[in-house]
Design a protein around this ligand. Structure first.
Ligand code: AKG
Length: 275
């Protein structure tokens, strides 16, 4: 038994690469506050920007930093990543009602210049999310097949442009990660996942929070802005720059973090993802 996950749940995660069904970490009143806080962050967006631009703002907004370091969430991550891990990423995936926006099948690890591949993502629901309003879908066990070939998507509706090439995974096995407001799922960085368009009249919104074991090192030549926030344990490796905890409640982050998607094909080559 871990701090929060039973042995069966830990085994399920190891086998399938995801876990859900944990009790909500935020009660209804707190979910309202989460949504109000998210609205405050949205007010900081400039004309032409949308919620996708709110990326790594836990570095500039104490409100978001506190959500990302919620002790109950950290207990779950400790059960998965072990005693020493840091927070480094956060971003929103919001699909308004009747939105064509999709997320193509991908492995997070393809996007991240991180090594070794020992990271996990919390997908925290800001409202009830299910098949009707485009919950995230995952291919159970696909985290074990290794790094898959990705190519740049020509679909204009996909929020992410690097997508797994077809034929490498069993789409027919996909499972919908239905999550109640204030609850969350967790997925492995190598798991194949994506999400369809939101054809419902309900909004669909989630906050993703990314954590890595302290042994994980970022290639700063790809993302020079990478910052870590030790959540639990000790960082004996000291591989990465350490971030400063924000003091203002709501603030923009002017630095743009860079994933392999933005860094382009040169970074893909450098990281050995393509020849
Ligand atoms: O929310 C989604 O549709 C996709 C989220 C995602 O790709 C991720 O959490 O890595």
């Amino acid at each position: 038994m871990g701090k929060r996950l039973t042995e069966d749940q830990q085994r399920f995660y190891a086998t399938n690469g995801y876990i859900l069904g944990m009790p909500p970490v935020f009660a209804p009143q707190q979910v309202s506050e989460l949504n109000e806080g998210t609205d405050e962050l949205m007010k900081l967006l400039r004309p032409g920007e949308d919620s996708k631009e709110i990326r790594e703002w836990h570095e500039s907004s104490r409100f978001l930093y506190d959500v990302c370091t919620n002790p109950v969430i950290l207990d779950y991550i400790e059960d998965i990543l072990g005693p020493d891990f840091y927070l480094w990423g956060s971003n929103f995936f919001i699909k308004p009602p009747r939105s064509n926006s999709t997320v193509g099948w991908h492995q997070d690890t393809y996007y991240w210049p991180l090594d070794p591949k020992i990271s996990a993502t919390v997908w925290l629901a800001l409202e009830d999310v299910d098949e009707q309003n485009a919950a995230m879908r995952v291919i159970p066990g696909s985290h074990k097949v290794g790094l898959l070939k990705h190519s740049r998507s020509s679909s204009t509706d996909s929020v992410l442009t690097l997508e797994c090439e077809g034929g490498q995974y069993r789409e027919d096995l996909a499972v919908s990660l239905n999550v109640k407001a204030g609850a969350f799922s967790i997925h492995d960085d190598k798991l194949v996942h994506g999400s369809p368009a939101n054809n419902s009249e309900r909004r669909r919104a989630g906050l993703t929070i990314r954590y890595s074991s302290t042994i994980v090192k970022c290639d700063l030549s790809v993302n020079p802005y990478f910052k870590t926030y030790l959540c639990r344990g000790v960082d004996t490796y000291k591989h990465n720059p350490v971030g400063v905890v924000p003091t203002q409640k709501f603030g923009r982050l002017e630095r743009k973090h860079i994933s392999v998607e933005e860094a382009g094909v040169e970074a893909e080559k450098k990281l050995g993802l393509v020849k």
